[in-house]
Design a binder for this molecule. Structure first.
Ligand SMILES: NC(=O)c1ccc[n+]([C@@H]2O[C@H](COP(=O)([O-])OP(=O)(O)OC[C@H]3O[C@@H](n4cnc5c(N)ncnc54)[C@H](O)[C@@H]3O)[C@@H](O)[C@H]2O)c1
Ligand SMILES: [Zn+2]
Length: 242
């Protein structure tokens, strides 16, 4: 297997998708049939879906919470956490995952592009998102204790924009010109924008690009290096520091 050499003049941006958590027991969306109890996931993970049937959406996310709660980081997460230890501010992790496993593994230089499964926010008032690990009883929609408005999962749904501060942080890191750039995407199908476009921004900044995925992704051809395999097996052996 090829190895990625990182020296004191290299910065590393890692971008992860659902595949990284598959070996922790959290299923990917497209890896299965893209359906949840016969509903396309877009229906239970979109503003339109929430508007049409908020109790159904809460049932979906309550199940996700129950499923993800006992899961722990796998060797892939742990390798990425170690890279942050080695690199400090020459490291940034942008994840599309909402399961919180990267933080559990120890990553702190972390941008959660799609939100977090274990936080909730109000659809009406300005109260900041708060930690919430509850699975709500079927048929219920939790209400805000401060304004009575409907609560919703703190997730960026299909059709919703990403937080511009998050995108700025990733963009700034990609465009920094103080060090050699390496961009690595792991466990992501390359179908979800704008994260799928980071590889192009990285190349424009002169970056070297790596993809680690169980199967070829939609944008495999955009990467200089593609390693096909499971992230929990590949990542612990991938990087050598010099
Ligand atoms: N764990 C989570 O938080 C979670 C899980 C499912 C979906 N989601 C959400 O749904 C969206 C789905 O998009 P996505 O592109 O991240 O996921 P995806 O489901 O579209 O693609 C996952 C990719 O990972 C690959 N993969 C599967 N197992 C792997 C492994 N062990 N090692 C390496 N690669 C593996 C698959 O081949 C696939 O290409 C995400 O943006 C995310 O917000 C999150
Ligand atoms: Zn409120």
């Amino acid at each position: 297997m090829e190895t990625l050499r990182i020296d004191g003049n290299t910065r590393l941006l890692v971008m992860t998708g659902a595949g990284v958590s598959a070996e922790s027991g959290i299923p990917t969306f497209r890896g299965s049939d893209g359906l949840w109890e016969n509903h396309p996931v877009e229906q239970v993970a979109s503003p339109e879906g929430f508007h049409a049937d908020p109790a159904l959406v809460w049932r979906f996310y309550s199940q996700r919470r129950t499923g993800a709660r006992p899961c722990v980081p796998n060797p892939g997460h742990l390798a990425i956490a170690e890279w942050e230890q080695m690199l400090g501010d020459r490291f940034l992790l942008a994840t599309q995952n909402v399961d919180g496993l990267h933080r559990l593994a120890g990553n702190q230089r972390l941008v959660e592009l799609h939100g977090n499964l274990f936080t909730t926010r109000c659809t009406r008032c300005e109260r900041p998102p708060f930690e919430d690990r509850l699975a709500y009883p079927e048929g219920t929609v939790p209400l805000c204790g401060q304004c009575g408005g409907r609560l919703r999962p703190n997730i960026v749904w299909f059709g919703e924009p990403l937080d511009s501060r998050d995108l700025l942080q990733v963009g700034d890191f990609l465009r920094r010109d103080d060090t050699r750039l390496v961009f690595m995407a792991v466990g992501t199908s390359g179908a979800v924008w704008p994260a799928a476009g980071f590889v192009d921004t990285a190349r424009k900044s002169g970056g070297e690009t790596w993809l680690v995925n169980a199967e070829p992704a939609e944008n495999t051809g955009r990467f200089h290096h593609f390693i096909q395999g499971r992230s929990g097996e590949v990542l612990p052996k991938l990087v050598t520091f010099e």
